[in-house]
Design a protein around this ligand. Structure first.
Ligand code: ATP
Ligand code: MG
Length: 238
């Protein structure tokens, strides 16, 4: 069962939507260091939420928790109606597979495989590879202006590898795209191009984005900007 939707504070044309992710009073401690101190967060359907903040403040830690990659925290986390602290690791793996796509800062691509093979890897591992998935993967490659050939990704430019990583995150049609500084070290035009493409796909497919970002130009495109400071998230306006 979904929790009731929080007030819409976004600038986007958001219909009445139910939260996909709801986190409250999240506390995360590394040894003596309290990185998150009762942080709360809600992500609604189709929203683009940006998280920003100084280096070392805990943005990647927060994303790892929201993405159920890190179960070692206290507080409440509900994803698609599932209370994750109560879920088994199998249930969490299924939730991630069916519900979320991840773009990591360093892409995590296999350098000797082609773009298409990298993209299909999660489906191959999860046994969901099919003609339909292959068609969708090819369609996403084309939407992201990537060639669908056998070139190993180690030969692709950084911007192209970035788009392959984005395509891989989207191939299982996630409801939520989690991205940790996805455009770090891209030039401004490549960064803007990537967000043009992601935004267009977001509108076509209706997924939500939570992304750790710094660039003012990209931040200004988000429905909401949250700054992580002192272990909690503060709503910011561009
Ligand atoms: N596994 C760990 N063990 C101990 N401390 C950790 C661990 N992971 C992260 N930290 C610490 O937690 C704090 C938050 O780290 P995190 O990577 O979340 O920051 P960040 O906001 O993503 O920073 P950046 O902008 O540089 O990527 C840092 O002080 C970091 O050293
Ligand atoms: Mg980080």
């Amino acid at each position: 069962m979904f929790l009731s939707a929080s007030a819409n504070t976004g600038r986007g044309e958001s219909p009445v939507s139910k939260p996909l992710i709801h986190a409250s009073s999240i506390v995360k401690v590394f040894d003596e260091l309290k990185v998150l101190n009762k942080a709360s967060f809600t992500l609604n359907e189709g929203e683009f939420v940006a998280v920003t903040g100084k280096s070392g403040v805990g943005k990647s830690t927060l994303l790892g928790i929201l993405g159920t990659l890190d179960p070692a925290f206290t507080g409440e986390l509900t994803i698609n109606g599932v209370s994750t602290p109560k879920a088994s690791s199998m249930e969490l793996a299924e939730l991630r597979r069916e519900f979320m796509g991840f773009i990591f800062q360093d892409f995590h691509l296999l350098p000797n495989l082609s773009a298409l093979d990298n993209i299909l890897l999660p489906a191959v591992f999860s046994g969901t590879d099919s003609l339909e998935v292959r068609k969708d993967a090819a369609a996403i490659l084309s939407r992201l202006d990537l060639r669908n050939d056998n070139t190993p990704t180690r030969f692709l430019s950084r911007g192209e590898r970035q788009r392959v990583a984005s395509a891989r995150a989207l191939v299982n049609n996630p409801k939520v795209l989690l991205a940790d500084e996805p455009t770090a070290s891209l030039d401004e035009d490549s960064e803007e191009n990537l967000f043009d493409l992601l935004d267009a796909l977001r509108k076509e497919r209706g997924f939500a984005i939570i992304a750790v970002l710094h660039s003012k130009r990209i931040l200004s495109r988000a429905d909401r900007i949250l700054e992580l400071k002192g272990g909690v998230l503060h709503e910011k306006h561009a």
